[in-house]
Ligand binder design. Structure first.
Ligand SMILES: Nc1ncnc2c1ncn2[C@@H]1O[C@H](COP(=O)(O)OP(=O)(O)O)[C@@H](O)[C@H]1O
Ligand SMILES: [Mg+2]
Length: 249
């Protein structure tokens, strides 16, 4: 599936569940502890449809990382069903899950997680390598798309925080994943770079990318179409806004 092929059409006959790229049904995640069990995510049921931009908010310890780790297929629910792009993640082996993650999710991290001794271009190409095979022209194009065509040979240490985050976004986009998962994407950026990254995310959203973004920043959260707020592991979904979109497969 190519995100460029994403068509935004209002389709009254399809339910949200049918259009969901992410669907949780009574999902919980418990951590067994020293005598007590922590229920970090408590009976979450919601869906996110293709092309939606959702902000996940909540105080520290409310379960945001737990939720995001599951949406990113880095962890699994201890109860309930999580479907990503129609597939039940519980049914997959760890190897299948690795492959699935590489196909379906683009990660944008607060800490960037770029390889320090690889250039911007090589960092993007590494993501291609782990997915299938490298394509330098395509990687350059991805950097150009985030406004860094002239920085391809720079090391992360030679780039500003905002530029590093844009490399991270190029890397997340390179394999055309249906879902972009951003964890505090502007958390480490100054106001000017925050605006650049916010504009870029808005661009991606307009182009049909599905974005799930954890943020503490009310301004960033305000850019999303919908907010999912967490409190003590409980999910509070705010009203759905924007059109339902369907994927051309
Ligand atoms: N690996 C773990 N083992 C035990 N408890 C955990 C673990 N990870 C998180 N928790 C607990 O689960 C709750 C939610 O944590 P987390 O998802 O990290 O929240 P947030 O990202 O919103 O700060 C917290 O009470 C935290 O202490
Ligand atoms: Mg966290």
């Amino acid at each position: 599936m190519n995100n460029v092929e994403l068509v935004t059409t209002l389709n009254a006959s399809q339910t949200r569940a049918e259009c969901a790229v992410i669907a949780l049904t009574h999902v919980s995640r418990e951590y067994p502890g020293h005598g007590t069990t922590v229920r970090a995510l408590d009976d979450a049921t919601f869906s996110i449809v293709a092309g939606e931009w959702v902000a996940i908010t909540g105080p520290s310890g409310s379960g945001k990382s737990t939720l995001v780790n599951m949406l990113g297929c880095l962890d699994r629910p201890t109860a309930g069903t999580l479907k990503i792009d129609g597939h039940d993640v519980a049914a997959m082996s760890p190897t299948e899950l690795d492959r699935f993650r590489a196909d379906k999710i683009g990660f944008i991290f607060q800490q960037f997680h770029l390889i320090p001794y690889l250039s911007a271009l090589e960092n993007v190409m590494l993501a291609q390598y782990f997915h299938s095979m490298t394509d330098e022209a395509e990687a350059r194009q991805a950097l150009t798309r985030v406004g860094l065509g002239d920085r391809a040979s720079h090391l992360p240490s030679e780039l500003s925080g905002g530029e590093q985050q844009r490399v991270c976004i190029a890397r997340a986009l390179i394999n055309n994943p249906p879902i972009l998962l951003a964890d505090e994407p502007t958390g480490n950026l100054d106001a000017a770079n925050q605006k650049i990254v916010a504009d870029l995310l808005q661009d991606l959203h307009r182009n049909g990318n599905t974005i799930v973004m954890v943020t503490h920043d009310p301004e960033m959260a305000g850019l999303a179409q919908r907010r999912i707020a967490l409190s003590h592991g409980k999910v509070f979904c705010h009203p759905v806004g924007g059109p339902v979109v369907t994927l051309k497969r």
